[in-house]
Ligand binder design. Structure first.
Ligand SMILES: Cc1cc2nc3c(=O)[nH]c(=O)nc-3n(C[C@H](O)[C@H](O)[C@H](O)COP(=O)(O)OP(=O)(O)OC[C@H]3O[C@@H](n4cnc5c(N)ncnc54)[C@H](O)[C@@H]3O)c2cc1C
Length: 374
């Protein structure tokens, strides 16, 4: 454990906010977070717990993520991290980060973030949550750091005493790589409806390992979770893992409409985006040009129907906060006051926000002249 010196005591102001209800923090709003605890989960995974600068509680759904931003070597770097802590403990948000070899943000957090340091973050975003899945049986499938959204959901469920029927299947390289291993066991002891299955590729240094010691397969799932096809499935992990799980479930007769997944790997989405960009470049030969007006500054700039509003704004020198550029993180959410746009997002915006006129500029294209609330 690196540091544990600040225990979270709700301040007077946060206590009164709690009485009024937990505050909203929009995904396009930046707030400061203060680190209050850092601790090791495994040899290459750490948890960083934060409170908001004014101690106010945070409202989010289990499975949602924050987009954190830091100045690293003179560059502003933004990355998404799931809030691994549950919304039932709203005074503290914790992210659990795996160190990625050569990775900018994960290594900076591991090496530099300490109790008392501050970090900027955009508010909670994302739609990967089991809270809207009804009361049915659940199947959580995760690998590596993909455990974080499912951990938030599990912690919330146990905190609320829901005793939901959850089978939580987590895959790791070795037993030593299982994130939250002891805590999950404690939670399972508290909630009889929660069943754990750890699947490791090998036993590593743990020679007494009696769990599964190979990759997750359909026969293993059929043997360990015979009713898996009747469960609402939530999967998070690397692209190859998600592909294997999707195929196994489909082969095993699981209804794809009851399958939900979260990707931490923006590069797979970026590939799809790049492919669609190639099509757009061809389409640009026939593109129309529209005018964008910013209602607050009065600034105007042109946008082609084939390019994203974010790209056009950047070209015109308009600073718009953005992170993933794939319609995932919700950082570039802005209300369109007039005109039509076509948006193709990846879960970074909710239907009710769309109804209110918000759009993600990174994945929206103009279909007419526009006025933006900016
Ligand atoms: C919705 C969402 C939720 C997430 N939640 C979590 C979570 O809970 N926990 C977690 O650990 N992660 C999570 N992630 C992943 C996280 O956002 C980061 O992608 C991850 O931490 C790696 O970031 P990094 O800055 O360390 O690595 P990056 O700097 O982005 O590098 C990633 C990889 O690319 C390689 N690379 C970097 N630059 C180059 C280059 N110029 N040429 C070649 N290779 C290069 C690096 O070596 C590394 O292998 C989440 C992602 C998303 C989208």
């Amino acid at each position: 454990m690196l540091s544990t010196n600040v225990m979270l005591e709700p301040t007077e102001s946060s206590a009164s906010m709690w009485e009024q209800g937990v505050g909203d923090w929009a995904s396009n709003e930046v707030r400061w977070l203060t680190c209050c605890r850092v601790f090791d989960e495994t040899h290459d995974v750490k948890t960083f717990a934060f409170r908001t600068a004014d101690g106010s509680p945070v409202r989010f759904e289990p499975g949602q993520f924050l987009t954190v931003s830091a100045d690293i070597d003179g560059q502003q770097v933004q990355r998404c991290y799931t809030i691994a802590s549950p919304p039932t403990r709203p005074y503290l948000v914790a992210i659990t980060v795996k160190r990625v070899p050569g990775g900018v943000m994960s290594n900076w957090l591991h090496e530099r973030m300490r109790s008392g340091m501050r970090l900027r973050a955009h508010g909670p975003a994302g739609a990967f949550t089991s809270t809207r899945a009804g009361a049915g049986k659940l199947l959580y499938l995760s690998a590596g750091s993909g455990i974080t959204p499912l951990m938030s959901m599990t912690r919330a469920s146990v905190d609320l005493g829901l005793n939901r029927d959850i089978v939580f299947v987590h895959s790791a390289r070795t037993p030593a790589d299982i994130v939250f291993r002891d805590e999950l066991r404690r939670l399972a002891a508290l909630a009889p409806g929660l069943r754990l299955l750890f699947v490791c590729e090998g036993h590593g240094d743990e020679h007494g390992w009696t769990g599964e010691a190979r990759r997750l397969t359909l026969p293993m799932l059929m043997r360990q979770v015979p009713d898996f096809a009747t469960r609402e499935a939530f999967t998070c992990g690397p692209a190859g893992y998600r592909h294997a799980v999707r195929e196994a479930l489909r082969e095993g007769g699981h209804d794809p409409a009851r399958y939900h997944e979260e990707s931490f790997d923006l590069s797979t989405m970026a590939t799809a985006a790049a492919e669609s960009k190639t099509v757009e470049v061809k389409a640009a030969e026939h593109a129309s040009t529209f005018n964008v007006r910013l209602s607050k500054s009065g600034k105007t700039f042109p946008v082609q129907s084939a390019e994203t509003l974010l790209a056009a704004a950047r070209r015109a020198g308009v600073a718009i906060a953005s992170s993933c550029s794939q319609g995932v993180c919700g950082t570039c959410k802005i209300r369109v006051l007039e005109g039509d746009v076509a948006m193709k997002h990846n879960g970074g915006i909710r239907e009710r926000e769309v109804q209110k006129g918000f759009r993600l500029l990174c994945c929206s294209r103009a279909q007419s002249d526009l006025v933006l609330d900016l």
